[in-house]
Write a protein that binds this ligand. Structure first.
Ligand code: CTP
Length: 477
């Protein structure tokens, strides 16, 4: 079989080929293949009709039906670039085809070799690479992708994109594409909070970019924390899947899911309060997974340092009593998941003014019990959600204590987890849970909190599919 090197062709033929390829939305190589196929079949090669400027022409279909979706992953230059390597693996696990583009700065953190090896495809780095640019490779990369992901999306890359700069391969692709773009910003909290970054973000969102994260947490810099950590690879994958299949009905489509999350703060006086170490991460991950599964989600949240899960209705509260009122106001619901670490007690009479030190010694705080939100909802006669799920945070005898809670509170399931300091669950990103129902105990392997959330949604959807007796809350409302 003869082989053809397009680079060696006559300049005029190459120019004609590029024009044909641009008109038909194919790469130059594919255009040559079509011409050869037509010639072999005895047809006179038909030039595609001239169209208006490719910039204004509708984007051609990027793939044939059934072919795996194709992602261009642009890796920006930030410390979070190492997480982009895991992201490649996660995308490929889901059968997606991944092509990586590394900016110059990204190559200070990860190498084209490692990204290419994980993607199983050569990596692209240079706008002026004669190998890929002889047929305007940046246009091809921009056009052949079903989705472009920028992770980490650095402040610099987003500033370029917001202003239409195109002086390297990554920015040229972003300017040349008509495909959806998903940004996973990552930067120092001061940079994220800067007015220039906020302006650029607002511009990009107005231009149609989708955004996932950034999350709150510790920074690479010593003693720095705040909002600016790149979203976890699985969060990015979930956001990508939503963009790739925007119209797919989710497993919980048409269902109302009510979730509580985070700690509650119980005032002692106007400046002090009783709190606990709950980060809210598991509840927020469940809210995001429920949105991804197509549910209508209300998240009643205590004070946390987390970005809002896109697509959920958020009701912010401080105290246990406010949380109960917000939960009752959000009924009816089909599924209620109570992940909040509600303070069991509050100060019976919180001071109206700051309590001052006195010669009489320390003040005595009298505590009184807070309402049990889970038990109140699970034991309602009217408007009880058909599936009420509680969480049990335990530090010992995890399953035994959780089984007792299931009986005492009257809920349908309890998700038990070990929150002893050694487990690293409180504030951490992973969780090991046991799903306790009246039928028994399922112990799940350790998973990232967002994996737990997705698996839980799948488990709930499976239960509703087997037992669809209750009409959706929407129909009952
Ligand atoms: N819960 C609630 N309202 C409360 C206390 C707990 O809704 N006042 C819910 C939690 O959201 C969780 C479940 O009840 O779903 C169990 O919470 P947990 O803190 O583990 O148990 P407690 O009921 O507080 O019991 P204990 O502190 O004795 O373990």
């Amino acid at each position: 079989m003869a082989s053809l090197t397009i680079r060696r062709l006559d300049e005029a033929v190459k120019a004609e080929l590029r024009l044909r390829a641009a008109r038909s939305g194919r790469s130059v190589e594919d255009e040559v293949r079509v011409i050869l196929r037509e010639a072999a079949a005895g047809q006179a090669p038909v030039a595609p009709p001239a169209e208006p400027s490719p910039a204004r022409a509708p984007a051609p279909a990027a793939r044939t039906p059934g072919a795996p979706a194709s992602i261009v992953l642009i890796i920006g230059g930030g410390i979070a670039a190492y997480k982009a390597l895991d992201l490649i693996r996660r995308l490929r696990e889901r059968g997606l085809h991944v092509r990586c583009v590394l900016t110059q700065a990204a190559q200070q953190f990860v190498t084209p070799l490692s990204a290419g090896a994980l993607a199983d495809e050569r990596c692209y780095t240079d706008l002026f690479d004669p190998q890929s640019e002889f047929d305007a490779g940046h246009i091809r990369l921009a056009r052949e992708a079903d989705l472009i992901i920028v992770a980490p999306a650095t402040a610099d890359l987003m500033a370029k994109m917001a202003n239409g700069l195109a002086n390297d391969l990554a920015s040229a692709i972003l300017l040349a594409t008509s495909r959806p773009v998903l940004l996973a910003p990552a930067m120092n909290p001061m940079m994220w909070a800067n007015a220039a970054t906020k302006r650029n973000m607002a511009r990009l969102v107005a231009d149609g970019a989708a955004v996932v994260g950034p999350n709150a947490g510790e920074m690479a810099e010593t003693n720095e924390a705040g909002i600016g950590r790149m979203a976890e690879p699985l969060e990015i994958v979930a956001a990508a899947e939503r963009l790739l299949r925007p119209h797919a009905p989710g497993a919980l489509a048409g269902r109302r899911v009510l979730i509580t999350a985070g700690p509650t703060h119980e005032p002692i006086d106007p400046v002090r309060y009783i709190a606990n170490r709950s980060s809210g991460k598991q509840g927020y991950a469940i809210a995001a997974a429920a949105v991804a599964a197509g549910a209508e989600v209300t998240l009643v949240s205590g004070p946390v340092m987390l970005p809002d899960p896109p697509g959920a209705r958020i009701v912010r509260v401080e105290t246990a009593r406010d949380m109960l009122a917000a939960v009752e106001a959000a009924l009816p619901a089909d599924i209620a998941v109570f992940t909040a670490a509600v303070a069991d007690w509050r100060v019976a009479e919180a001071g109206a003014q700051k309590i001052k030190k006195t010669a009489q010694g320390s003040p005595a705080l009298t505590l009184t019990e807070n309402p049990d939100i889970l038990a109140t909802i699970a034991q309602r006669r009217d408007n009880r959600p058909p599936l009420v799920i509680g969480f049990a945070a335990e530090t010992e005898k995890v399953i035994g204590h959780a089984q007792a809670k299931l009986a005492r509170k009257g809920c349908d399931w309890i998700i038990a987890n070990d929150v002893s300091p050694a487990s690293g669950v409180m504030g951490g990103d992973r969780n090991t849970i046991h799903v306790i129902t009246r039928d028994g105990v399922e112990s799940w392997p350790p998973m990232a909190k967002d994996e737990v959330a997705r698996a839980l949604m799948a488990r709930i959807a499976g239960t509703l599919a087997v037992n669809p007796a209750a009409p959706a809350a929407k129909e009952r409302a």
